[in-house]
Design a protein around this ligand. Structure first.
Ligand SMILES: [Zn+2]
Length: 291
């Protein structure tokens, strides 16, 4: 157990790690999981990683789930990193790589966060989960809740694509369609969650989804063999809302060993997403990638 406590991202109020928490009860901001990294680095060595399971659980020492039976897995994480030379040449980028997150268990990176959120909910004895979602997060919650034998209550705008709704229903989730936007769905979860005893796994309303997402950074560090290509390096990702970018600001150099601070810092500083890949490709404008 390398988790020391949970800590409010804004006011630094501390919380016990083995209890159910949503947001900071003092200021209402998200809670972050804090680790004893010295202890973690004593247990996890870079040279041990290649022999480990090809999922995000290969970094278990820096993830919050203590008991192995609660580490739910549908094959999430450890997605391929592919050098895309032709697209790179078109955009004028010598070293362009794509990490294919569509190969996650539920078809998107959302599997990472919901894997951790549901695993921790199981560890803490939660039985019912709820989420507002217009797509991939709902599918991921439904799949991991099914894996855990837990109830998933999903609130979707009525115009959500049919495929997303069917994915949830086929894995046994309770789906409610709302005449409105995703914010209206969130309001419905907030209104009912106490009386229904739901654990709200909305984005940044519980401490653990971000713990799953940070493994993208760990994987990039490992796949680049802890050293990035020469020159300015930037990470970009598809996003509609800039706040999602915050989820990768955890330094992968915090991961293990900590023997080479310079190299760790290099990787950590590079993981600052600055642009939307969709836009980048549409515009053919590599200036979006410049520091
Ligand atoms: Zn606070």
């Amino acid at each position: 157990m390398n988790v020391t406590h949970l800590e409010c991202a804004k006011c630094a109020e501390r919380y016990e790690p083995d209890q159910i928490h949503q947001l900071c009860t003092v200021c209402g901001k998200p809670l972050l999981v804090r680790y004893n990294l010295g202890q973690a680095s004593a247990e996890l060595k870079r040279h041990d990683l290649p022999a480990r399971v090809p999922t995000l659980w290969r970094y278990r020492e820096v993830l919050p789930v203590v008991h192995a039976e609660n580490r739910l897995s549908l094959g999430e994480g450890w997605t391929p990193l592919t050098r895309v030379s032709n697209l790179g040449a078109r955009l004028g980028l010598e070293n362009l790589f794509v990490k294919d997150e569509s190969l996650n268990a539920t078809g998107s990176f959302k599997a990472r966060g919901l894997c951790l959120a549901v695993s921790m909910a199981k560890e803490l004895g939660v039985r019912k989960l709820a989420i507002p979602s217009a797509g991939n997060a709902a599918g991921a919650l439904a799949a991991y809740a099914a894996r855990a034998g837990m109830e998933a209550h999903i609130f979707m705008p009525r115009d959500t694509p049919l495929a997303n709704r069917l994915e949830c229903e086929m894995t046994g989730a309770h789906v409610t369609l709302i005449d409105g936007l995703i914010t209206d769905c969130g309001a419905e979860v907030a209104r009912r969650k106490d009386s229904e005893r739901w654990f709200d796994v909305s984005t940044l309303k519980e401490p653990y989804r971000i713990e799953g997402k940070k493994t993208m950074g760990y994987e990039l560090a490992e796949q680049f063999e802890w050293e990035l290509p020469d020159g300015p390096t930037r990470l970009t990702r598809p996003t509609r809302r800039s706040r999602k970018n915050a989820q990768l600001h955890i330094r992968p150099g915090d991961l293990v060993d900590r023997g080479d601070e310079r190299r760790d810092a290099q990787i950590g500083h590079a993981l600052v997403p600055i642009a939307c890949l969709d836009e980048l490709v549409k515009r053919g404008d590599h200036r979006l990638l410049e520091p």
